[in-house]
Write a protein that binds this ligand. Structure first.
Ligand code: AMP
Ligand code: MG
Length: 403
């Protein structure tokens, strides 16, 4: 059996990042930057107010309370027309430009409009003194022009996309989103909700794998269901290879008599068949057909998901330019025994992880058989239980927190 790290290294070595491209910001969520973003503009580009209130000269309000004559009302999006002189103030709305002459803002809650305005116009009573710069957002407060905003290899989240829009960008250079085809194989599988004939089961893997792929920010392509028939499997895979950047299959890669995925991939691809020292998901087929990576995952529902997590997700992320494609393990504490037997493998147990007092506590999510998808569905983490007799309640254990 191969250690997990060796098997994964083999996979990652063959999952190089694709050639960068420019995409509209609207299509960039979850993609990884392929060049550094440098700001061509300052944000904000003009000094503006953080509060609704009155723009004042701080020297005028040093002895507050005091009264000032209101010379203008400045909404957001409109340039001020009047300079604030001694004894004057301008009413101003959040985000509006600080008028010339003013150097501070008094929030509206600390002011009162005087009932009987003088002949000159409105008068506001200022109740507090404020220092220069009070509630003023200066030019470049968030980013100055020429700032190094995001480096190469940044995964673009909602906030990143907002910053790119703030900078006036409409496109960004990224590693392209992959198209990933997912294929189920097996004579026993039914995928249309029809009554099961003896020996049949329903195809669950295609949906879980498509969903996991979607969560890995790729474009998913449903390659359907192939029978345990070499021609059908070959047609499905060669069709997939023509339209996809990577292929994920489930089933047909173990030692059974009808595991034709193996035979077909050996004929049309450059495959490596691995027995990885992990449970679940010991068998893994990985290689390329043409230059398209193919992940041949085992058929048992939990195995296919764990195998996706440990191999396909990092491989796909690597192809999409992620500098750290592997999910990091975090330290946790078992609140109940997580028993296992020594078998030379690392076990990935389905657990529920909950935060507690700055740490993470884990307990079993239920049945640990590789066919027991229910517990996998309820789990939010995989506990990494090293070879041996398992983890006792109260002992530390590493976990992979799932999406
Ligand atoms: P295999 O790897 O083809 O030997 O399949 C191992 C186990 O996983 C068998 O019990 C299969 O019936 C089951 N299995 C294979 N593919 C699927 C699938 N798409 N959905 C649910 N179970 C599956
Ligand atoms: Mg099968």
């Amino acid at each position: 059996m191969l250690p997990l790290e060796t098997a994964r290294e083999f996979v990652l070595d063959r999952c190089e990042a694709r050639k960068p491209t420019h995409v509209p910001i609207a299509d960039a969520l979850g993609l990884v930057t392929a060049s550094e973003i440098v700001s061509a503009e300052a944000i904000p580009q003009f000094a503006n107010t953080a509060m609704d209130g009155f723009a004042v000269r701080s020297v005028d309000v040093a002895d507050a309370p005091c009264e000032l004559r209101v010379v203008e009302t400045i909404p957001a999006g409109h340039a001020p027309q009047v300079t604030v002189g001694p004894g004057e103030a301008s009413r101003i709305m959040t985000g509006a430009t600080i008028p010339p002459g003013a150097d501070a803002v008094v929030m509206v809650e600390r002011t009162a409009v005087v009932d009987s305005p003088s002949a000159d116009g409105e008068v506001v009573r200022i109740e507090v003194s404020v220092p220069p710069g009070n509630h003023v957002r200066p030019i470049g407060d968030d980013l100055h022009a020429g700032a190094h905003v995001f480096g190469t290899g940044t995964e673009l989240t909602a906030g990143h996309l907002g910053v790119l829009c703030s900078l006036g960008l409409t496109e960004v250079e990224v590693f392209p989103r992959l198209r990933v085809g997912v294929l189920s194989t097996g004579d026993e599988l039914v995928d249309d909700g029809s009554p099961l004939q003896p020996g049949q089961i329903r195809d669950s893997n295609r949906r879980t794998l498509l969903a996991l792929a979607q969560r890995a920010d790729v474009t998913c392509v449903d390659l359907g269901l192939a029978r345990d028939d070499p021609d059908e499997i070959e047609t499905a895979i060669t069709t997939g290879v023509q339209t996809c950047d990577a292929i994920v299959t489930s089933g047909g890669v173990s030692m059974g008599d009808f595991d034709y995925v193996k035979a077909v991939l050996d004929r049309i691809g450059d495959m490596r068949w691995m027995q990885v020292a992990i449970k679940p998901a010991k068998p893994l087929a990985f290689g390329t057909v043409g230059d398209v990576p193919v992940f041949g995952l085992p058929g048992n529902p939990v195995s296919s998901m764990v195998s996706f997590e440990l191999f396909a997700r990092p491989g796909l992320r690597s192809m999409m330019g992620h500098p750290d494609p592997i999910r990091p393990a975090v330290a946790a504490t078992a609140t109940e025994d997580l028993p296992r037997r020594a078998d030379g493998k690392t076990h990935f147990m389905r657990v529920l992880a909950t935060p507690n007092g700055g740490g993470i506590e884990v307990r079993s999510a239920g049945g640990q058989g590789s066919h027991m998808l229910w517990a996998m569905a309820k789990a939010n983490a995989l506990a990494v239980v090293p070879d041996g007799g398992g983890v006792r309640a109260g002992e530390p254990v590493d976990v992979l927190l799932l999406d």
